[in-house]
Design a protein around this ligand. Sequence first.
Ligand SMILES: [Zn+2]
Length: 363
Amino acid sequence: MRRLRRAHGVRGEDILFDLREFRLPDGRELLLYGHAPHEGEVRACLPPAPDSGGGHLRWHPLRREWVAYAGARQGRTFLPPAASCPLCPAAEGRLGEIPFGHFEVAVFENRFPALTGAALPVELGGIETAPARGRCEVVVFSDDHHAGLGTLGEDRLALLLEVWGVRAEALGETYPYVFPFENRGEEIGVTLHHPHGQIYAFPFVPAQARRAAQAQAEAPVIEGLLRDAGALVVEETEVAVALVPPFAIYPYEMWIAPRRRVAGPQALDDAERQAMAGLLGRAVRRLDGLFGSPMPYILTVQCAPRGFEATFHMTIDIRPLRRDAGKLKYLAGVEQGTGVFLADVLPEDAAARLRAVPAGEAP
Ligand SMILES: [Zn+2]
């Protein structure tokens, strides 16, 4: 066990959190982050997954984007009953991914990765290909199966922001684009209910990320947005803002951003991280309160691609999938066929409704 220190953080040599590094029986890395040192004894865990040999990328010449193929992912765990949840802490009679009886935030390499460091080249006639090199990590937010970003409390969410930051920094040394995200809800295809997200480290900068980064390199789009947000603000503090972007593509879409331009969560200072954590928890509780049921959403942490660190302004984007009670927003013909989003809710109306939902306190 060692305590992690960040030499170049605003807190200098202060201890940020405790890190316990562990190797799973198949060699994958497991990292346990916490405010308290982790001292649990090792228990049994799931046996190694069959080696898939990694996937590959094929170039789509019309989209001008890579498509990733990873056939081995079809075998992954699908909606197991809570008693056999592989992300719950290890217990008598239950084999999971994490061989410990408790933890705060756990990060490990995905057993069914779409991208791996070991992916090999493939040859296909007439199509440009590349090995699907990269890394897919699972980030487990809590050892409580029934928790979520809306219930975990500000300190845990601040720790999660730290974890996103240190992983973005570490993976960014090898890969040019690191993408932390959370899919929540069966409606979006979540295969495990336990509160968790993922981090994908890509061997290339995806086209959409490159467009956003280039736009920001040409003009400080996010700073302008924060300055002029007005009626689009859902909630704000001195150092961070939760707002509905004026060009939201999803109903009730929310962005959480530090006022100061920083390239990713690794560059947030203490006050910004704590404020973002508070805004994040309250944003999820507002979304859950909007129609009186847990909101399915896609949460993405937008970090600077390599080469754009000096101009990129990080945001946490939440795209809710429900546009009304019992009604889902689908990406249908126009969105899929043209890339043009049709929105049913005006962003300024969405902001007013979200402000009116009590955000409450984390239980
Ligand atoms: Zn669980």
